[in-house]
Design a protein around this ligand. Structure first.
Ligand code: ADP
Length: 549
């Protein structure tokens, strides 16, 4: 006998009984909102009843187009607990992608934030979302937008009964769905079963992953539309931790205030968020003493950020994941025998993407399909498998063929593995620069460049070159008033300390801002489109110095 299925419902069942008074706090457009797990659990049941009344059945999809707040969090349990599927949609995507995603997923009800209603309506007007029978605005009134039929959340949930009998749901029932942001083409839907979400939640709570305790105060800055805020709200509920949601478009000042006021111990987000917060904290008096861990993922955590947090007594937990993996795959915790290692060694390990999370397995294959050596030097493509790794995309047979090999997911990430088992991403397969047949890691170069104090952001792309096929060019953002000539010389000198001469970028372009994807990552696709064919290279230097040694 296998016992009761692995579903999300028991996590909330436990939180409601054991931590009825632990708080769920949100910064919203209406001001601060506070409730307890006791009240929260009741509202999720009212929501399940409301959805049932609206005709939502087991297996149906319910979409959200929302920032991080308490009502959005209510859908996290309210939808899966009735056997329906929560489909979180990224509101930063272009209209055309939003339309594609809603139509592909066939969402029946769509929850939308008041501040995003107009954006949703603009995707909606041009065409109609045929499957959507009800729009629900996340507030207590309805703004003037052309979404029909529409109701506000409080009226929708309103007087429904707070008792709801959860149906007997199988672990294989789909409970969640998220689309990859389409940095590499049309968005692809990934479905999460109850069992995938259950196993990811349990794994996240362990000290080998994020180590969540009931004494923690968890604030995901990573959006709830980005793979369930990396699963943090589920792990926090399972542990009975207090939760803080930072609301629509939080600025560094909002994040700082919430850390101070609510005593946040663990927070998480992409590197750009932390670059912004650290810059803000330099100019303003911010008390970060409650903060124990900052989880950084989605893109590589710059060493400078790890060091700056370290100086503040905050541990950076670098993590790597993918939409296809629910999403967390590796976490760069220090192994027991590295606790007393020299600072530089620790920093080096924390800067890597980390150790595979217990429960998953990986392989790294070179171009010929052979396993690479774990020496921190050889590299190849990372493949992973495990209980919370998907084995297919929704509705995309051609992508399935390319990205999966039976139960293995081909991640498209090029990595090394060191003697201690730490995985390091050297590049995205699409971003790696091939110069004279040899690989140059764009990510390593940009991380080194970003370690310079006069650099706010940097991205390195390959541009076509007659002789070497491709050469690296660095796009650099600096504070106002920086002397670019001096900085270029300093950067070259600095890079030469760590890298061979032929890795040096042949051009340094100073630009106002690095374009970002809908998930806040540097969009090298946009950079390549804008600058790929421009004359950015110092041709003489490239000819002389680009020969691999
Ligand atoms: P996409 O950006 O393709 O829409 P995801 O948001 O799922 O999809 O991003 C997954 C990719 O993001 C990974 O394959 C990897 O290239 C990159 N990534 C995630 N975390 C990290 C990290 N800590 N360091 C470097 N790259 C990362």
């Amino acid at each position: 006998m296998a016992g009761h299925s692995q579903t999300l419902e028991p996590f909330l069942w436990r939180a409601e009984r054991i931590y009825p008074d632990r708080e769920v706090v949100a910064r919203t457009a209406e001001g601060e909102r506070r409730q307890t797990y006791g009240e929260y659990a009741e509202r999720t049941r009212k929501l399940s009843n409301a959805l049932e009344d609206a005709g939502v059945k087991e297996g149906d999809r319910v979409g959200t187009f929302c920032w991080n707040h308490d009502r959005h969090f209510e859908t996290y349990f309210g939808v899966p607990n009735m056997g329906a599927q929560l489909h979180t949609i990224n509101p930063l995507l272009p209209d055309e992608h939003v339309r594609y995603i809603v139509e592909d997923a066939e969402d029946r009800v769509l929850f939308v934030d008041p501040s995003l209603a107009e954006k949703l309506a603009s995707a909606y007007e041009a065409d109609s979302f045929g499957s959507v029978e009800q729009f629900v605005v996340m507030g207590s009134d309805v703004p003037d937008v052309s979404l029909e039929p529409v109701v506000d959340y409080e009226s929708f949930v309103g007087d429904n009964s707070a008792s709801y009998e959860t149906p007997d749901i199988d672990g294989e029932q789909n409970a969640g769905m998220c689309y990859t942001s389409g940095t590499t083409g049309k968005p692809k839907g990934v479905e999460y079963t109850q069992r995938m979400m259950w196993s990811h939640t349990v794994a996240m709570m362990t000290p080998q992953a994020l180590g969540v305790e009931d004494s923690d105060v968890i604030m995901p800055v990573v959006p709830m539309f980005h793979v369930n805020a990396w699963g943090m709200p589920f792990a926090a509920t399972a542990a009975g931790a207090k939760q803080v949601f930072p609301g629509p478009s939080p600025e560094p000042a909002d994040i700082a205030a919430l850390i101070e006021d609510e005593g946040v111990t663990i927070t998480a987000g992409v590197p750009t968020v932390w670059l912004g917060l650290l810059e803000y904290a330099e100019e303003n008096d911010v008390d970060m003493s409650s903060l124990e861990k900052v989880v950084i993922g989605g893109a590589a955590a710059p060493k400078a950020v790890i060091e700056e947090f370290d100086n503040l007594g905050v541990e950076v937990v670098h993590a790597w994941g993918m939409t296809e993996m629910s999403p967390v795959g590796t976490v760069a915790n220090l192994k027991y025998d590295l606790e007393d290692a020299p600072y530089e060694t620790k920093l080096e390990k924390q800067g890597k993407q980390g150790l595979i999370v217990p429960g998953l397995e990986f392989e790294v294959l070179d171009d010929d399909g052979n396993n690479i050596a774990w020496d921190g030097e050889e590299f190849g493509e990372l493949l992973v498998r495990g209980p919370w790794v998907t084995t297919e995309y929704y509705n995309r047979p051609e992508a399935n063929e390319q990205d999966f090999e039976e139960e293995w997911l081909r991640t498209g990430d090029i990595v090394t593995v060191d003697e201690d088992g730490y995985i390091e991403i050297v590049d995205r397969a699409d971003d790696v620069i091939k110069s004279g047949g040899e690989w140059i890691s764009s990510q390593e170069l940009e991380n080194s460049i970003m370690a310079h104090e006069d650099v706010s952001e940097a991205a390195v792309i390959g541009v076509p070159h007659d002789r070497w096929q491709e050469r690296p060019v660095a796009m650099v953002v600096t504070p106002e008033g920086t002397n670019h000539e001096r900085l270029t010389e300093e950067l070259k000198e600095m890079l030469l300390e760590d890298y061979p001469k032929w890795w040096l970028p042949d051009g340094f372009e100073f630009i106002e801002e690095i374009p970002k994807t809908a998930t806040g990552k540097f969009s090298k696709k946009d950079l390549r489109e804008e600058f790929g064919d421009k004359d950015l290279i110092d041709k003489e230097a490239a000819d002389e110095e680009a020969a691999p040694e």
